[in-house]
Design a protein around this ligand. Sequence first.
Ligand code: PEP
Ligand code: MN
Length: 299
Amino acid sequence: MIDNSFPGKDVSADDIQTKFPLAAKKSVDHKSIVEVGNKSFGGLYVPVMGGPNTVESLDLILKCANHAKKCHIDILRGGAYKPLTFPYRSEKYFETRSKGIEWLGIAKKETGLLTVSEIVHEDQLNEMKNNIDILQIGTRNMQNFPLLLHCARSGKPILLKRGFGSSIRDLLGAAEHILLEGNSRVILCERGVVAPHTHRASSRFLLDIQAVPALHEITHLPVVVDPSHACFWAPWVPALAKASIASNADGLMLEFHPDPSNAAVDPLQPLSFEEINDLMPVLTAVAKAANERLLGVQK
Ligand code: PEP
Ligand code: MN
């Protein structure tokens, strides 16, 4: 499967045996299904996680949760803890922290949706216990090994976002830390990498779509894609989402907001309610045509 005759290639056959034996596939058809509540990643269905960047208020997250349900989105996303690159905040922006987690819990109860939210410190595990179904490790924390181990021990499924400067080898190494700690529910997420040329000044990352087949070649873990954070530019999100599904991604993370230009964080990146509503049936058709998979309807 892996050609070892190219020295310096990112992942070698030796890596598979000695660096990440738990994350590596044991045979060509080896594929794990990660179950989260009544949803699963890596099987016939391709779950979509969607919602605002930030849990700005209870009202916002309830609006988004109800819209997610209407669009057949499986899992509600929203960040209450936001490790932003620069410390200065706009007037609109505030981290809602434990309140935001509580509001996600209320939205979960009201709609029956599962939830995913970023954790930045192990102290947050307790408040996330009942309110959050998938712990998201953000790109900036992919190699925060103490955090990974605390999350692993919680037993909750973990969405591990690829560091924006990390190789696939490093991503699999981070996953191995979680697996070795006894937590097998790891979902890998490609969310864009730093590249010298990103086509647009506001786009800091380039979606590494190649990571999807590359990871599927090496690991049995499900691989999902977040095009919103990769391109940072809503008009491109539908194209990248379609490409991700066509590339056989095992899930998607998409940002949407009722009033995108007034989103508290990253207002260039969320789709409008109408855009996400229009995109979902297109993605369903792509999943079926490209890979005979189903999307947006998993009961
Ligand atoms: C997010 O999903 O809200 C987020 C901050 O993602 P990333 O860690 O990929 O930047
Ligand atoms: Mn962001």
